[in-house]
Design a binder for this molecule. Structure first.
Ligand SMILES: [Ca+2]
Ligand SMILES: [Ca+2]
Ligand SMILES: [Ca+2]
Length: 411
């Protein structure tokens, strides 16, 4: 009899261990370099009883994406926003009373929803991990191990570049405003967002029109930067020979009357937009925005592009497809090819920040695939080049990366 029950339970485990109900639709191209995925995860035991307070961790090969925790119903729903070049994510499910399970989700770029029922087997004598704030999330998974009301954050770090020239003038240099945006959602012990903090900094302002940077979150408008030109003290940070001027960081806390469910809010970066000349607005083409007429403006090109990585914008007056030769293939194939076009600049056609600036790390991103021996040689050459920025500017692409590498090693 015992054996029969064991076999029965085993079969149930096999059947319900992983119920996959993902949606595979891609929602159009729209110049997206990031991909949003809604997770709807149900965690249960072998008898289909929901497991509350299970901790979910989503990671890519490069980084941790976010944490979540299931409610009493065993469900955790949340959205993530990842680079369109990421193909594989891991979903790790932990609970002190059950065995830890890792689910690999391949082809994440082609999924809009990850809907799974995941079954955990009983923990056979495993010691529970320490949880000193008692919020159910063990210390090693708790981003706030001494705060019982917070379990983690979701963090988005982007550069957004805007083009404000009319399409017919064909000056698509995408440096009329370049801004760094860091968005952090704080996740509470009910898997709700209890705080949202947005920090912003102007990186470039290559246009004559005065610009303001705004963001729309939960149908409310917030001004991030009052005057993007003023922040750069008269510099544009786009012209050849122009030294980089570092603008100030602005911090905005979005006031929330009550915690927000993570599957209700628009995914990061929400709707950040540039207001030019006090009236015209440039929005990212893929965001939901209530502004009529927003999005791609007449011509083929978008008015704003989001970069999920550090990025060097084109020199003043240089078309984006001249500065980034793979850009054209990317948009002509509607994002199917050259998804990492933004990592491969024509180095003589993009604005280079000083190697003493923190933005010099831009060039590290593109260093993958460099032969180590060649890299060492490049570093040696680059040590000389750091002495003179004018010489440095003439160096080829790989050498630029080595300058940055040396800069980082010196920190
Ligand atoms: Ca904890
Ligand atoms: Ca905590
Ligand atoms: Ca410009």
């Amino acid at each position: 009899m015992k054996n029969t029950i064991a076999l029965f339970l085993f079969l149930i485990v096999i059947i319900v261990a992983l119920t996959v109900n993902d949606a595979d639709a891609r929602d159009g191209f729209k110049y997206k370099t990031i991909h949003n995925v809604t997770f709807d995860i149900r965690v249960s035991d072998v008898l289909s009883n929901p497991i509350g307070q299970a901790v979910l961790r989503v990671t890519t090969e490069q980084s941790d994406i976010t944490n979540a925790v299931t409610g009493k119903d065993g469900v955790a729903a949340f959205k993530i926003s990842i680079s369109d070049t990421d193909n594989l994510v891991s979903l790790i499910i932990e609970h002190p009373g059950y065995d830890t399970k890792t689910v690999y989700i391949d082809g994440i770029q082609d999924r809009s929803i990850v809907s799974r029922t995941i079954c955990l087997g009983l923990n056979q004598g495993k010691k529970p991990k320490p949880d000193r704030d008692g919020d159910g999330v063990p210390d090693d998974a708790d981003e706030f191990p001494d705060d019982p009301f917070l379990i983690g954050t979701a963090h988005g770090r982007y550069i957004i570049v805007y083009e404000v020239a009319a399409p017919e003038t064909a000056d698509a240099d995408f440096n009329d405003c370049a801004a760094r945006l860091d968005i952090r959602e704080y996740i509470d012990n009910n898997n709700m967002i209890s705080r949202i903090v947005v920090t912003s900094r102007v990186l470039a302002a290559g246009a004559r029109h005065p610009g303001q940077l705004w963001i729309s979150v939960l149908n409310k408008e917030y001004r991030l930067i009052l005057d993007v030109q003023k922040d750069l003290g008269g510099s544009w940070n786009t012209r050849k020979g122009e030294a980089y001027f570092e603008g100030p960081v602005h911090t905005l806390e979005i006031p929330l009357e009550a915690p927000i469910a993570r599957d209700i809010i628009e995914p990061m970066p929400y709707d950040p937009y540039l207001v030019c000349g006090g009236v015209r607005q440039a929005h990212l083409p893929f965001v939901n925005t209530k502004v009529a007429g927003a999005g791609p403006h007449g011509g083929e090109l978008a008015r704003a592009i989001l970069l999920p990585a550090d990025w060097a914008w084109p020199y003043e007056g240089t078309m984006i497809e001249e500065a980034y030769p793979e850009f054209r293939a990317w948009y002509e194939t509607k994002g199917r090819e050259n998804r990492d076009w933004y990592l491969h600049p024509e180095i003589d056609r993009v604005y280079k920040v000083s190697p003493t600036s923190i933005l010099a790390v831009y060039f590290i991103k593109a260093s993958s695939g460099v032969n180590y021996g060649i890299l060492l040689g490049i570093i040696t050459i680059s040590m000389v080049t750091v002495a003179g920025i004018s010489t440095w500017r003439k160096r080829r692409y790989g050498e630029q990366r080595a300058v940055s590498r040396e800069y980082v090693q010196n920190q």
